[in-house]
Design a protein around this ligand. Structure first.
Ligand SMILES: [Zn+2]
Length: 306
């Protein structure tokens, strides 16, 4: 069982309370708990006096008020968005209207691959289609503010436009939904792509930052080792899918039942999409065959196997 991830679900910050989590970094929890958001979305305030906000969160009036209250004696100069899911980016427009600060992100929401015929967004309208960053950030771009410098680290996979942000001169990286201490994120086509996700994990595993501050839940300590656990977990999941295929389970619902024993029923759809993400990757790599484009309804078989 070496592919079990050492999750850390300790996180007791009450919604609306401002807490300094690192020197010069404050966090505020939004009260939007759920199966995908854990206790809720965590927004970060970077710096003192002239500050940046990372992930303003959903359109939640109490959270927007708490964020603005936290910076009421300061100047917000930048608003960064890790990705365009509706629990992360929609409040950016409101914080911008209240502070005048421009927004920064990788780009508008987009699927990781062209949509198949008849395929709509799968996870109940999780994408924020309205967000357009004022400044588009490419991988490696550096933005400096009042006493802080952030480097954009392109980490596609959970979404095509996902960015992490490294706080230069520290061992801290804001990891968004890419790596979190409490759970792995959903990688669900068409928003997400497993091949991109794995490549982004390998990329973070090679980086020097030891501490991640994620978009949900508490701090990830010993981050490069934790990322290795994530990578091993996904490879294990892939082996398990190949094993079930060889065993004659050829459709996604039976694989979900076999692999996700004891799953929270609210996550069944996400689990099916996660298996689809693996199958898309396995088909692209020539290890698995299906008729036509990989889909939730498809029948799959190991290539060369019976
Ligand atoms: Zn997300």
């Amino acid at each position: 069982m070496d592919n079990v991830i050492p999750f850390d679900k300790r996180f007791d910050l009450p919604p609306g309370k401002v807490e300094e989590v690192r020197r010069g970094v404050r966090r505020i929890l939004c009260n939007n708990p759920g199966p995908f958001t854990f206790k809720g979305t965590v927004s970060y305030i970077v710096g003192q006096g002239r500050v940046a906000i990372i992930d303003p969160g959903p359109l939640d009036e109490a959270h927007i008020a708490a964020l603005l209250q936290a910076v009421r004696t300061e100047t917000v100069t930048h608003i960064f968005v890790t990705h365009t899911h509706r629990d992360h980016s929609p409040a950016a427009a409101r914080i911008k209207a209240a502070t005048g600060a421009p927004t920064y992100g990788e780009g508008p929401h987009r699927p990781a691959r062209p949509l198949n015929i008849g395929e709509g967004p799968r996870l109940e309208s999780s994408g924020d289609l309205d967000f357009r960053p004022d400044t588009v950030l490419a991988d490696g771009e550096v933005v400096a503010g009042g006493g802080w410098t952030l480097e954009a680290v392109a980490t596609p996979g959970h979404t095509a436009n996902h960015l992490a942000f490294a706080l230069k001169g520290t061992d801290t990286l804001f990891s968004g939904d890419h790596v979190m201490a409490w759970s792995t994120p959903v990688v669900a086509p068409p928003d997400g792509a497993m091949s991109d996700y794995m490549a982004s994990l390998e990329k973070l595993a090679r980086r020097p930052e030891k501490t991640y501050l994620p978009g949900h839940g508490g701090t990830v300590e010993d981050a490069p080792r934790f990322v290795e656990h994530y990578i091993r977990h996904r490879r294990g999941r892939e082996r398990s899918i190949l094993h079930h295929l060889a065993d004659g389970q050829s459709d996604i619902p039976s694989m979900v039942r076999a692999i996700y024993v004891g799953l929270d029923p609210r996550l069944t759809k996400a689990a099916g999409l996660s298996v689809l993400a693996h199958l898309e990757d396995l088909v692209a790599r020539g290890l698995v065959q299906t008729d036509g484009t990989p889909s939730l309804e498809g029948i799959y078989r190991c290539r060369g196997g019976g």
